[in-house]
Design a protein around this ligand. Structure first.
Ligand code: BG6
Length: 485
């Protein structure tokens, strides 16, 4: 039997770059995702660029952990004739009332979304914000409040103003701390009465694999990435401090991409490798939540000759203004073997996989919740979890039993962590509760939604919304506070 605390925040999650659209409306500037094309053929995103002097244009593969190679003087740019999924996305910009009504119909208590930084500061380094952008979110929050839905707002979910990348080199430049603090001040002041829960950087640990979309860093060196991470840590601490000054009742959380890593066998060498892989993510929570740079990372920086540029107050701020809760995404687990250390993830013989090769692991949430709670003793919120699959719309609905089965296991796993282990869990926001563009591939056909949106990988479709079978399932789960699965 599953059971949940009365205050449990059930809901769904999205991000502006994948959901909102309206890329050229309301005074919005370009963000890093606005120069990424879709990946219907290759399942890989391409970054388009232009040389402003010669006019030469082209595109380059965006590969995890691979250097981004742009020709000399070329800068990321939008090109005519290319399809950019973020420009329209599924058009929340014009459908927000309809979508929030659907969320309310399911009984959502919480609605995770991001504010598109480039809608508020089109180039990122302005002193005064774009009022039209702020008004758009005023309306969205008012609509959520109408249904008593709690917004959970990510301040930077792969939506760094593109100019901060081309003019400053992204988060590797310390100046971004000040720009982000200014942005945070505007948001906290404006929405202090409407938004209680904030997340600073979506999946901050992805700065290592995806420095361009995560931190606007075009240079993929260990040095630049370490510096970007440090600057983000300092910014996070300054934002928590600022929040305390403006309205201490608000809460600022970390957002971590986490997955349990298993050693392939009981060979201790496999377990050591699994520990090292898990630390790739845990380093970020050790600093942003724990308040300290762990020794294993300092040793690694020494070995690699990485030198951080820091200022006097940095470590004081990190120590004294940690995040107050941990939001995390968890979709799958990983398996590693010391015999094949070059393979990032092996197929786990005990688990099935999604159509995109992600291990479907019914226990990964309980494991993750325990790992993070044992380490930090702070409340946790599963802000992303779900199954990306190809759906077939038939007779106005989708019979997505596979998605229901995946989510049933997730809810069970969370209930076990709460009831068997005593973990403090604030809520669950199912990822992509309405179909949105995939972040990893730019596809529409990788759908996570409980609501189907009529749009294909090339941007064709009516954008009409349809309730899937999982819509009714989740509605019942929420109505019974997780007792009926
Ligand atoms: C997380 C991101 O990595 O996973 C989301 O925060 C993303 O933005 C989600 O959409 C699922 O990944 P994908 O590649 O299937 O969209």
């Amino acid at each position: 039997m599953t059971s949940f605390p009365k205050s449990f925040l059930w809901g769904g999650a999205t991000a502006a770059n994948q959901y909102e659209g309206g890329a050229f409306e309301g005074g919005k500037g370009l963000s890093v995702c606005d120069v990424l094309t879709g990946g219907s053929m290759t399942r890989r995103r391409q970054l388009t660029w232009k040389n402003p002097v010669t006019g030469e244009t082209g595109s380059t593969d965006l590969r995890p952990r691979q250097p981004l190679v742009l020709p000399e003087n070329a800068i990321p740019a939008v090109l005519e004739g290319e399809y950019y999924p973020s420009h329209q996305a599924v058009d929340f910009y014009h459908h927000y009332k309809e979508d929030i009504a659907l969320a309310a119909e399911m009984g959502f208590k919480a609605f995770r979304m991001s504010i598109n930084w480039a809608r508020i500061f089109p180039e990122g380094d302005e002193e005064t914000p774009n009022e039209e952008g702020l008004k758009f979110y005023d309306e969205v929050f008012a609509e959520l409040r109408k249904y008593h839905i709690e917004p959970l707002v990510t301040m930077s979910h792969y939506e760094i103003p593109l100019t901060l990348c081309t003019r400053y080199g992204g988060w590797a430049n310390r100046k971004l701390i000040g720009f982000f603090e200014n942005y945070a001040r505007v948001l906290f002041t404006r929405y202090s009465n409407t938004v209680k829960y904030w997340l600073t950087f979506n999946e901050i640990d992805n700065v290592v694999g995806y420095p361009f979309i995560c931190a606007g860093v075009p240079e993929y060196s260990d040095q630049a990435i370490a510096q970007a991470a440090h600057n983000m840590f300092v910014a996070s601490a300054r934002v928590v401090k600022l929040k305390n000054e403006i309205n201490p009742d608000m809460m600022v959380g970390q957002m971590l991409a986490y997955m349990p890593v298993y050693g392939y066998s009981c060979n201790p060498k496999d377990q050591l490798l699994a520990m090292e892989k898990e630390r790739e993510a845990l380093f970020f929570s050790d600093v942003q939540v724990g308040g300290y740079y762990p020794n294993y990372k300092l040793k690694e920086y020494d070995r690699k000759g990485i030198f951080l540029e820091t200022e006097k107050d940095d470590f004081y701020l990190i120590r004294n203004y940690p995040c107050e809760f941990i939001g995390f995404s968890c979709y799958k687990s990983m398996t590693v073997s010391s015999e094949k250390p070059e393979v990032r993830n092996l197929k786990n013989p005990y688990l099935k996989e999604s159509q995109w090769g992600w291990a479907i692991d019914p226990d990964c949430l309980r494991l993750t919740l325990n790992t993070l709670y044992d380490r930090y003793h702070k409340p946790l919120w599963i802000v992303e979890n779900g199954l990306g699959a190809e759906d077939k719309l038939e007779n106005g609905t989708v019979n997505d039993d596979y998605r229901i089965a995946y989510l049933q296991d997730s809810v069970r796993s969370i209930s076990e962590a709460i009831n068997l282990d005593g973990v403090e869990v604030m809520g669950l926001t199912v990822w992509g509760w309405i179909d949105i563009v995939s972040a990893g591939t730019g596809e529409m056909k990788k759908r996570y939604g409980l609501v189907y949106v009529d749009l294909d990988d090339e941007g064709h479709g009516t954008l009409k919304r349809y309730r899937k079978k999982s819509f009714d399932w989740y509605k019942k789960v929420i109505a019974t506070n997780g007792e009926s699965l």
